[in-house]
Write a protein of this length. Structure first.
Length: 135
């Protein structure tokens, strides 16, 4: 091998290793939310309302475990910082429960389970039905 070819091979190997390391560490998942529903907590009766009618929607959702963030590209972009994550192995699936803080500093619980993303605050909860898409 000539010196030029060795340098090119070494550069290619370094680039491959860098890209592989980045891919391993990001753990990014992208979804399209195609339906939405919500329910509201009533302080007077101390009960949750029934789920609202399902509304068709199209929102892009990125869950990035490497950066510990969740971004939902709805009319108002929702940005959540993952503070804690618990993986729950179920019989037929895996559930992820994440304690998060939103951009306004409010705490919430986000659960990713069975092709649905639940976002739960103290007085409001909503869910997106999901389709996972390739990055």
């Amino acid at each position: 091998l000539t010196l030029y070819k060795m340098k090119r091979l070494l550069l290619f190997l370094m680039l491959f290793i860098t890209i592989s390391a980045y891919a391993i560490n990001t753990h990014q998942h992208m979804y399209i939310g195609y339906a939405y529903s919500q329910k509201i907590y009533n302080e007077n009766t101390k009960t949750w309302s029934k789920w609202s009618s399902i509304v068709p929607t199209t929102v892009k959702i990125i869950v990035d475990y490497g950066e510990n963030i969740i971004i939902i590209f709805s009319n108002k972009i929702q940005l959540y910082k993952i503070i804690d994550k618990e993986t729950i192995l179920l019989k037929d699936d895996i559930s992820y429960k994440m304690t998060v803080v939103d951009i306004e500093g409010d705490n919430a619980l986000i659960t990713l389970y069975n092709k649905q993303l639940y976002i739960e605050y103290v007085n409001l909860m909503w869910v997106y039905n999901l389709k996972q898409i390739a990055l």
